[in-house]
Design a protein around this ligand. Structure first.
Ligand SMILES: *Cc1c(COP(=O)(O)O)cnc(C)c1O
Ligand SMILES: [Zn+2]
Length: 389
């Protein structure tokens, strides 16, 4: 294993691995796993056959914090395809436009990349029952990987979670607890239960980050180690965006790429805590109001990785903005016409790319990858309502 230690993303304090902590004991911020990067660089030789291996999450095992590869809990996550969408390119006036279609994952969302690592770690920690709070997709994903590992799974979801995601979790054998009106309340409850009732906690913590950074690895790999100008990512907790950025920096650190793309993050109207802080330069303030939204998967009032998102976007010279429900619907329809059916939260990335092109932030000649985070069948009711209007 090349993993070295845990480092706080805010105060920089270092901790040894493995340590059963979820946030920095000193300042309460999210942690990062770091690696012996020079050893990885040496391990991957220059003309290594590794480069020709088909991209999938565990192709990048040297960047993952798992000590025994024979004990990995996997459902063949990752390896999702990257689609060039030429008609959309022309319509939007973007040089090259790609969609990374994460709905092709085993449970229909990118969360599987992180769940594979988290559940593998849960077994390393001898957990028997795991708990997770979720807007739905992470619940379904942890349920599937927990089932595969023979663990008991409890999921905590807010009211109004799309039914398909809950049926999915129950088919994997999970116990479903509906708690609170938003993800933030469900999260507090899951963390309380983990503390007081001896569940192994999974969720938007550092081991998940490690799995989810492979979305970024695959994009680069699928572009033959050419770096796109932009990668656009929806923000819920902000963990996926933060993870993708971490992975890209690691690729550069060991010399697999020289440049880095700009990262753009998108929030849905009504849940814009990070965008607001970005625009005003003030600290992130939790959203207090619950607004009806199409994009339930990213309806998060206090994103745990909000500060890490802002840091990533700053470092990359990127961009943050919101899109409206209407812009999201249009983007969903545009993707449909390319043969890609994504859930509403996932369409926000295309909606933002379109807006950025219109505002001249993305140039005509640039290459853009939009990350479509989950499958359209995940949230049928929302699209059905759209179609009937
Ligand atoms: C979880 C999720 C997101 C948001 O990802 P974060 O890591 O929470 O920022 C976006 N889209 C879909 C479909 C999701 O399930
Ligand atoms: Zn700290």
């Amino acid at each position: 294993m090349f993993a070295a230690k845990l480092v706080c993303t805010k105060c920089g304090e270092e901790y040894p691995l493995p340590l059963g902590i979820y946030r920095c004991p000193r300042c309460g911020s999210p942690l990062d796993v770091t690696y012996h990067y020079d050893d990885i660089a040496e391990f991957i030789g220059e003309n290594d056959p590794w480069f020709r291996e088909h991209p999938h999450t565990w192709k990048y095992w040297m960047f993952l914090p798992v000590s025994n590869l024979r004990k990995v809990v996997t459902l063949n996550e990752g390896g999702t395809r990257l689609y060039r969408v030429r008609r959309l390119e022309e319509k939007l006036g973007i040089g090259r436009l790609y969609v990374k279609n994460e709905g092709e994952n085993p449970t229909g969302a990118f969360k599987d990349r992180g769940s594979s690592v988290e559940i593998t770690k849960a077994l390393e920690f001898h957990a028997q029952r795991v708990i997770v709070a979720s807007t739905g997709n992470m619940a379904a994903s942890i349920s599937a990987y927990g089932a595969k590992a023979g663990l008991e799974v409890t999921i905590v979801v807010p009211e109004g979670t799309p039914e398909g995601k809950l049926v999915q979790a129950r088919m994997y054998g999970a116990r479903v607890e509906v708690f609170g009106k938003t993800y933030d309340e469900a999260l507090a409850e899951a963390e309380r239960k983990a503390r007081e009732e001896n569940y192994h906690l999974t969720g938007n913590y550092h081991y998940r980050v490690e799995g989810q950074k492979t979305t970024g690895f695959e994009i680069i790999d699928q572009l033959h180690f050419n770096v796109p100008d932009w990668i656009v990512v929806p923000i819920g907790a902000g963990t996926h965006l933060r993870a993708i950025w971490k992975g890209l920096k690691e690729f550069r650190r060991i010399g697999l790429i020289e440049e880095l793309p700009r990262i753009a993050g998108v929030q849905i109207e009504g849940y814009d805590a990070v965008v607001r802080a970005w625009k005003t330069g003030k600290p992130i303030e939790k959203i207090t109001k619950k607004t009806p939204t199409l994009a339930s998967a990213i309806a998060v009032k206090a994103p745990v990785d909000g500060e890490n998102v802002i840091r990533a976007v700053k470092e990359s010279g990127g961009h943050l903005d919101t899109v409206t429900n209407g812009e999201t619907i249009e983007a969903g329809r545009l993707l449909g016409k390319e043969g890609l059916f994504v859930e509403p939260s996932s369409a926000t990335s295309l909606a933002l790319a379109r807006k950025m092109r219109e505002e001249g932030i993305i140039d005509r000649g640039e290459s853009v990858v939009v990350v479509a985070t989950g499958h359209g069948l995940k949230d049928i009711n929302t699209w059905r309502n759209v179609l009937s209007h």
